[in-house]
Design a protein around this ligand. Structure first.
Ligand code: ATP
Ligand code: MG
Length: 420
């Protein structure tokens, strides 16, 4: 063998070895590629499974969320509807004194505009101070107030009496965070109660005293009769004024007793359709001249419907009111400006007799209807007691307030006929 042959054999064996290594590498690579393809395909189906499960779960959660949202919205709508349609007033306030809820019935009763939510109830309820005090009491003591009767006072727009319940609100942990206050208008019930009480007490007063007054009047008539029999011309001059004095006093006392008997006697009411304006006009005519002679006037305004009532008694009632008004102005030396104002309010008519006199002090307002309460030298104090009796007999009521002219405002409220 030549050295070249050896070299060739060597070279070929190197090439064969290299081919072998290359083949081995190609085979390993192919097997790795196969392996990774298998792994990838297996892995992809697992991811798809996980993704699908996740997707299902999310869809279910979304459905549940939508249902929960719809339920929450429905229950919110229901509570809103309940609050809106409550005929009682509802006010919810936080510990910070801010109003959280005030329903339409509450707004109407308290005569408040929309937009009360968020405001401080102490500022909002300025015209209904007793209600504000009840809420404040519950907030500060944490104790509930059950069905308390509150006297809000006479106002044209809001009720005079409220029935109120206030309860504290607290979290589940017992932390107080506000109050809930429910209130209703008790005015019609209290007024009805008052009317019944008045009717009863007037009947009692009538029964008790009418008999005595009658006897008294008989005695007076006898004294008066004897005094008339005395011939003044036959009397010495010094005695004449004494007999005249007896006659005058018995006259005056007789008038008081007659007035009292008129007041005490059970009212004989004859109901018929009457024109309120015509009645008030006739009463005004009685004092018109006197008002004019002091530089004043008696004027009418508003609407006066036809009602069911006793013509004679109602005229007597309005006579007393306009007479009092003129007398008050004349006594205060102001030209009497008397305004008789009629207004229909729901099922009632309110007739106000307003004057520009000195008015009636708040403390005296309760007493002016008491028999014999008078501030006049020659008054019997029976005028307004009789007016009240007449109005109560007509199922109405009478209230005292201040007139826009600064004087007194005597307001008669009478029911309108049930059917036209
Ligand atoms: N318009 C008014 N302005 C001011 N005070 C009034 C008015 N009306 C009534 N009063 C007060 O009420 C009191 C009672 O009135 P009421 O009519 O019952 O009796 P009187 O007028 O005093 O007596 P009488 O009616 O018998 O003449 C009056 O004395 C007066 O003090
Ligand atoms: Mg009078």
């Amino acid at each position: 063998m030549t050295p070249n042959a050896y070299a060739l054999i060597g070279l070929m064996s190197i090439v064969a070895a290299l081919i072998g290594v290359l083949m081995f590498a190609v085979l390993r690579f192919a097997s790795a590629a196969r392996e990774s393809r298998r792994y990838l395909s297996e892995n992809r189906s697992e991811t798809a499974f996980v993704t699908g499960a996740l997707h299902d779960a999310v869809t279910k959660l979304k459905v549940q969320e939508r249902e929960m949202l719809a339920r929450a919205e429905a229950s919110e709508r229901l509570s809103e509807e309940i609050v809106e349609s409550l005929t009682s007033g509802l006010l919810v306030a936080g510990s910070d004194r801010r109003v959280r809820i005030l329903n339409p019935a509450g707004r109407r009763m308290l005569n408040l505009p929309e937009g009360a939510v968020g405001q401080d109830y102490r500022e909002l309820l300025g015209d209904a101070a007793p209600l504000e005090e009840a809420i404040e009491e519950c907030l500060s003591t944490g104790r509930a107030i059950k069905r308390r009767k509150l006297d809000i006072g006479l106002s044209e727009h809001s009720p005079a009496y409220l029935g109120v319940s206030v309860s504290p609100l607290s979290t589940r942990q017992g932390e107080p965070h506000g109050v809930i206050c429910l209130f209703t208008d008790l005015t019609p019930f209290i007024e009805m109660e008052e009317q019944l009480r008045l009717k009863e007490s007037l009947a009692q007063v009538g029964e008790l005293t009418a008999g005595i007054a009658h006897e008294f009047r008989n005695g007076l008539a006898t004294i008066h009769g004897y005094a008339r029999l005395v011939d003044l011309k036959l009397l010495p001059d010094a005695f004449r004024p004494h007999v005249e004095g007896i006659r005058q006093e018995t006259d005056a006392l007789g008038e008081v007793v007659t007035n009292f008997l008129n007041f005490a006697r059970p009212a004989q009411v004859t109901f018929s359709r009457v024109d309120l304006r015509a009645i008030a006009e006739r009463a005004a005519d009685e004092v018109r001249n006197e008002a004019r002679s002091h530089g004043g006037s008696v004027t009418f305004r508003g609407e006066f419907p036809v009602i069911d009532g006793d013509d004679v008694l109602l005229r007597q009632a309005f006579s007393n009111l306009v007479r009092n008004a003129v007398e008050a102005c004349v006594a205060a030396s102001v030209p009497p400006q008397i305004l008789i104002d009629g207004r229909v309010e729901g099922g009632n008519v309110r007739v106000s007799v307003d004057d520009n006199g000195p008015g009636i002090a708040a403390a005296a307002r309760e007493r002016v209807f008491t028999p014999f309460f008078t501030t006049k030298g020659r008054g019997t104090g029976l005028g307004l007691a009789l007016v009240q009796k007449i109005i109560v007999t007509h199922n109405g009521r009478i209230q005292v307030g201040s007139s826009p002219q600064g004087g007194a405002s005597l307001q008669v409220v009478l029911p309108l006929p049930a059917s036209p």
